[in-house]
Design a protein around this ligand. Sequence first.
Ligand code: MRU
Length: 342
Amino acid sequence: MIDQTKLPHVFQITSSKDHAETAHAIRNMVLRGAGAIGVAGAYGMAQAAMEAENLSMNEFESYVEAAADRLMRTRPTAVNLFHAVDRCLNATASGSVAERVHKAVAEADTIAEEDISASRSIGEYGRELIGDGFCVLTHCNAGALAFIDFGTALSPIRFAHRQGKNMFVFVDETRPRCQGARLTAWELQQEGIPHAVIVDNAAGHFMRRGEVDMVIVGADRVAANGDVANKIGTYEKAVIARENGIPFYVAAPRMTFDLNCGSGDEIEIEERDASEVLGMWGIDEEGSPSRVLIAAKDTPARNPAFDVTPAKYVTGFITEIGILRPPYSESIPQAFGGVGIA
Ligand code: MRU
């Protein structure tokens, strides 16, 4: 996996030797983004099955169940993780131990392939929404780093640009971990798409001045009624977009929809360590990684990693099977009925 904690300053591939290290990497955001977390969870299950290949059947079952539990306790909000781990666990439910190991690995590969294909389709459907000369605002990183191979929110942008459309992207910095400034800006730079990083507080300013044509964000979990959990700050962007008559789209594949969740109120919101709010990471002038404190070390802080945007603010969902429109309590179950954790 690409170590996302080091980007954009250092590009480093890192690996985990077992499922426990994979769980650690997910929790510490060595990789992050709903799709990447899901695929990592799936390969974590494949690792666990391989670690247990010489155990008896009973020991194998207990080992993979404990691994599933460990992987699912890493980050609570993105549902892709739960769907992926669950699918791999189900894949190990029958056959000899050797067959179960094989099935767990195959299921992880299938999940990764499905994400790649969904990501491409989201780009192909979504690019039609982007007009020539558009300025698109996005929040956090919903690019290839977050969802293989093209991203979710960034996939329509990527495909529209490849079609030859002129466009510009406003990239919200996305405090506290700055996924926008560090990761989205880096991806757009790789692709040669014109962009500018703005502080999170500047989005309203540009929207009110008529400088934003549409907003596209990703999602960590979409409830059956269309409420969306995504990176903290997304809700504000949706409300300001509505106030200014700007379309607000959410790009997400079926793996991000949770039909067992009736509304956004049921989605667990991860609260991370206060140190992320009190400090900033980067490199110093010599290029060495460095952390600075913004507030006094013992200042109290709250750090919810996600918020919920009510469905009424969402103009449409860009999915791998097309654009879903309101009323979502009808269009979502119609599109993805049967998806969810059994
Ligand atoms: O805390 P993160 O960086 O994992 O949060 C990521 C996001 O909120 C993305 O917008 C979301 O996962 C959609 S990208 C597939």
